[in-house]
Design a protein around this ligand. Structure first.
Ligand SMILES: *Cc1c(COP(=O)(O)O)cnc(C)c1O
Length: 402
């Protein structure tokens, strides 16, 4: 099939909810991708933060093949050897001892919301069901996770959503404090708002979250689907913010490309759950858990977390000098290998020009060029990406400083 054949067939048979860039990707290696015509791209999106170990990672590929040859799935009607091992590793990283496995970030958020409600229901508190979420948040697209997602564009066509959700600004301690009460079941945050434009929460707001949860007893849910699992150079970004949530949602990077998500919970939250309260047919199957084990072993024992710290510092320095050269850049935000380049106007032209030059980046929140490379990206690849971005900005936005 030619690229045109593929596009034509998709237009006939695929639900048209994605505005795809005009290229057909067929192969990858590390931080590089190749399209149908054999053109090479440097990948600073990694499938929106998913291909955490890079593409065609040898250890992950071997483990997946071996698992396919052994046993892929046995359902949650039975035990298998891998789920508890992944949970144990996640517990060691997060400080939360219990995991529920699912298949995506959205499902992980959904489980966190349900577990918070479940706890307060068990306390006999029929009223304690409100959730506080932040403006600019993105938590997913199922009814529960969409209900705590701020963007009206995503919400409006599907109203009415789950009731009892209030949105507050992500930078105003007083509004947060006034919104929370004994009726608040949980407050849900992203330590760095990803889809909202790569916006880290401030330490000041983190202290307000801590104080508000302590005062009202509301649970803190950290959605670490995008910023978690090493991407920022910390195992979890809430750790950088000095927070200890009661519930954490993970996904994206965890399977390195194999779909897997998890809700992590404190013993207190977990104690309210009884058999049958929640579940998933696929959740935590052997394939997903084998992939997650390879990722977590590489992150911790393989030194990948330390690598992100180093290469992330290099990337930040390069981005700051890029920003100093280009007046079109109005802000640089992020940590580790998760960065947003805020432009003075729409970011689409820069994204398209970068693509034409063989660099994959993406646009979020209208004016932000987002970088989410594989955690394995090298300093040399960062340098090449920054050189392409420099040329791109020269072309797509006028007025660089020499
Ligand atoms: C991507 C994302 C989700 C949704 O994850 P899916 O795997 O697409 O369901 C939820 N929360 C955050 C912060 C995300 O970045």
């Amino acid at each position: 099939m030619t690229g045109e054949d593929i596009v034509t067939l998709e237009q006939r048979h695929i639900l048209q909810v994605y505005r795809r860039a005009p290229l057909v990707l067929v192969r990858g290696q590390g931080a590089r991708l190749w399209d149908l015509e054999g053109r090479e791209y440097l990948d600073l999106i990694s499938g929106v933060g998913v291909a955490s170990l890079g593409h065609a990672h040898a250890g992950l590929a071997r483990a997946i093949a071996d698992q396919a040859d052994t046993l892929l799935h046995c359902s949650n009607l039975f035990y298998h050897p891998l789920q508890a091992q992944v949970a144990q590793r996640l517990a060691a990283l997060s400080g939360l001892p219990r995991a529920f496995f699912c298949n995506s970030g959205t499902e992980a958020v959904e489980a966190c919301l349900k577990l918070a409600r479940r706890y307060w229901h068990a306390q006999g508190g029929a009223g304690r069901a409100e959730i506080i979420a932040l403006d600019r948040s993105f938590h997913g697209r199922t009814f529960g996770s969409l209900s705590v997602t701020a963007d009206d564009h995503y919400r409006t066509p599907f109203a009415p959503l789950v009731p009892g959700v209030r949105f507050v600004p992500p930078d105003d301690p007083d509004v947060l404090s006034a919104a929370a009460s004994q009726q608040t079941a949980a407050i849900i945050i992203e330590g760095i708002q990803g889809e909202g434009g790569v916006r880290p929460l401030s330490d000041r707001f983190a202290r307000a979250l801590e104080e508000t949860c302590r005062r009202t007893g509301a649970f803190l849910i950290a959605d670490e689907v995008q910023c978690g699992l090493g991407r920022t150079g910390h195992a979890f970004y809430y750790q950088k913010l000095g927070l200890q949530p009661d519930l954490v949602a993970v996904g994206k990077a965890l399977g390195g490309g194999v779909p897997v998500g998890a809700a992590l919970a404190s013993e207190r939250v977990a104690s309210a759950v009884s058999f049958g309260d929640h579940g998933s047919t696929y959740g935590g199957n052997l394939l997903a858990c084998r992939a997650a084990l390879v990722f977590l072993e590489t992150l911790v024992d393989g030194g990948l977390l330390a690598h992100v710290g180093e290469v992330g510092a290099h990337l930040e320095a390069r981005l700051r000098s890029l920003a100093a050269r280009h007046p079109a850049i109005v802000d640089i935000r992020g940590a580790g290998v998760m960065w947003g380049i805020e432009l003075g106007g729409p970011a689409d032209a820069v994204v398209a020009e970068a693509l034409a030059r063989g660099l994959l980046v993406n646009r979020t929140a209208g004016t932000v060029v987002r970088l989410l490379p594989p955690l394995t990206i090298t300093a040399a690849e960062v340098d090449r990406a920054m050189a392409i971005l420099d040329e791109t900005l020269l072309q797509a936005t006028p007025g660089a400083v020499a």
